[in-house]
Design a protein around this ligand. Structure first.
Ligand code: G6P
Length: 611
């Protein structure tokens, strides 16, 4: 959601920035822009894709070695050329890009209008630019102080970068709530919302924390708090490689990421799933294991696909570790008076580690004294840094907006935590642990068998590519997978889809079933098998089109379904790691048939950094 790239050094800033903005496209955006210093502040911006911006820059020029760029995901003001960032102040001396939301922008704007300021667009960001201008004029301060004073008047969140023609050899950045990092090169510094635009130039990064700002020159940077206290920041080394963020021969990142899953699940288990020793080692939470083992309950909070992983986790933790679990939408958790305190443990799940609502839930729970653990994918992300302890999923960068490999890695971590806690809580016998650990070690191979079936799934995708609705049914561990399957389809193909616990079908959705309704049933061979077969019969009786995801050994379901996609047999509790794969492929193929933008679906953002 919104992306910032900035550069100061010896290269053409527009080249670095446009390339960087392309790498941030996956975050979701509707317009793009750039400002480069060259005597003046040259702003080029407009609605639409970064390639349009690239053409604009090629045609009209934007030479210079200091600049900032932005991809905007509209919050205040429609996505059009005027509202695209960067925004300038009234004197056009400086230009500013901003991620986040300035909540008191309306009050600030009214004050500025009364003082004679004229605004070109409707954004909260333009208000901030004018506020800085006004403060500098009235208080007669240097520019950095004016920025600090303005930020103190702002309620809400921001990641900002500013170039000023009167300070031609510096960029000012600041952060509160929206991620920003600095990439440190030789005689050059890069700025970005995440590491993907930086990785090809340097692996040395500094993560800004909330209420921090930095003044950046070619030679280096000075970080301080918004209240002007100087800070010395740790320089981190990135482990990400450039290959990890390129498509590797696949037509879309999403397909690449679906296919990577046998590898990413294996990576996630490496050094943690000790088959020979019949145990699980999770270094990141070792220091808090006693508290976790003795917890009376666990509260899981997350959003989107990560919330679905949390729901699978609820089944796993309750079944394997006999630990009561509540799963919350992070947004709901934070806006009520949550009953959580020092005896509780919260586990948050986030691919990006930057989701605003999940981060707010972390802060709320920590403030109330709970132990807060994280399952994150992005190393060094805000949630990873603000939680007490956690487990990285190690799935590598996920670029497709619709989450795939992050989900299976999250479920893999949750399975490992469940086994570890089951053993420590002495509710899982060594023999049962051995069965589960062995079954987990076989999952990557089984995932690869499913991704190889892509062509088999293709004819089903083609047949239903123009269905207006889809229903997904599952029970037990596979109920959350039904939700996830429906979410994947609506996210990228824009087909209306709903996921339901299969028994609930009779309480509403059955009214929708007729000969046009594809019904995807997750019918593996487990304790719910008989009940699922009854549900299939109920759908068939109303001429619904059954697409069953079932196990190879489940001949009953295979015979009843109009279409059956089989997965290899595994331990019942681990089936979500397999059943979700054909659903990802189905959604992907349908979206491709519908010529939808698979990797960057309309209106969606990869990392939702506003509440
Ligand atoms: C956005 C993404 C989803 C993701 C959700 C939560 O909506 O489009 O794919 O599941 O945010 O993101 P997180 O990074 O916290 O897992």
């Amino acid at each position: 959601m919104c992306g910032i790239v900035g550069y100061i050094g010896f290269r053409e800033a527009s080249d670095v920035i446009i390339k960087g903005l392309k790498r941030l496209e996956y975050r979701g955006y509707d317009s793009a822009g750039i400002a480069v210093l060259n005597g003046d502040v040259k702003v080029r911006k407009g609605k639409g894709k970064v390639v349009n911006l690239e053409k604009m820059v090629a045609e009209s020029g934007a030479a210079g070695t200091v600049g900032i760029g932005h991809t905007r995901w509209a919050t205040h003001g429609e996505p059009n050329d005027v509202n695209a960032h960067p925004h300038t102040d009234g004197t056009k001396n400086f230009a500013l890009v901003h991620n986040g939301i300035i909540e008191n922008y309306d009050a600030l704007k009214k004050e500025l209008l009364a003082k004679g300021h004229v605004f070109e667009g409707q954004t909260d960001t333009e208000v901030l630019a004018h506020l800085i201008e006004e403060i500098q004029k009235v208080a007669k301060t240097d520019f950095e102080t004016a920025v600090q004073m303005a930020l103190k008047q702002v309620d809400g969140t921001y990641g900002i970068a500013i170039v000023n023609k009167n300070e031609p050899d510096q960029i000012i950045v600041a952060r509160k709530g929206s991620p920003l990092l600095l990439g440190i090169g030789d005689d050059e510094v890069f700025i970005a919302s995440d590491a993907s635009p930086i990785i090809e130039y340097t692996n040395k990064v500094i993560y800004l924390d909330d209420d921090e700002m930095a003044t950046i020159t070619r030679e280096g940077y000075q970080v301080k708090t918004i209240s002007n206290i100087e800070l010395s920041k740790e320089v981190h080394e990135l482990e990400m490689s450039i290959e990890q963020i390129e498509k590797g021969g696949f037509p879309h990142f999403m397909l690449k990421e679906i296919h990577e899953q046998s590898q990413t699940i294996a990576d996630c288990m490496r050094g943690r799933l000790m088959v020979d020793q019949n145990r699980i080692v999770l270094g990141g939470i070792e220091g808090v294991l006693d508290r976790l083992t003795n917890a009376k309950r666990l509260v899981i909070a997350a959003c989107g696909t990560s919330w679905h992983a949390g729901l699978v986790g609820e089944y796993l933790l309750e079944y394997i570790a006999k630990l009561p679990v509540e799963v919350e939408y992070a947004s709901e958790f934070r806006y009520r008076e949550p009953l959580i305190g020092p005896d509780d443990v919260m586990l948050v799940i986030s691919q990006s580690g930057e989701t605003a609502d999940t981060l707010a839930a972390v802060r709320e729970a920590r403030q109330r004294g709970a132990l807060v653990l994280g399952i994150c994918n992005v190393v060094g992300s805000t949630i990873a840094r603000e939680t007490d302890a956690g487990v990285y999923t190690h799935a590598g960068p996920e670029i497709g907006v619709a989450s795939t490999k992050a989900f299976t890695a999250q479920v893999t971590v949750l399975s490992m935590i469940s086994i570890l806690l089951g053993q420590r809580r002495k509710v899982l016998s060594e023999a049962d642990a051995a069965i589960l650990i062995k079954a987990m070690s076989e999952i990557p191979g089984k995932v690869a068998q499913i991704t190889e079936k892509q062509d088999e799934i293709d004819h089903i995708s083609r047949l239903f590519a123009y269905a207006p609705n889809f229903l997904y049914l599952g029970r037990s561990y596979n109920f959350p997978v039904a939700l996830e399957g429906a979410l994947k389809l609506k996210e990228i193909s824009y087909i209306h889809a709903e996921g339901y616990p299969a028994a609930e079908m009779k309480h509403g959705p059955i009214a929708l079933i007729d000969e046009h309704m594809p019904v995807v049933v997750l019918a593996v061979t487990d304790h719910t098998n008989e009940k699922m077969i009854s549900n299939i019969e109920e759908v068939r009786a109303r001429k619904g089109r059954i697409i069953a995801i079932t196990t190879e050994s489940n001949h009953d379901v295979r015979n009843l379904a109009e279409f059956a996609i089989t997965i290899p047999d595994t331990h019942d509790v681990l089936t979500p790691l397999l059943t979700v794969i054909p659903l990802q492929i189905l959604s992907y193929q349908i979206a491709v048939y519908r010529k939808a933008n698979v990797d960057q679906p309309r209106n969606l953002a990869k990392s939702v950094t506003v509440e």
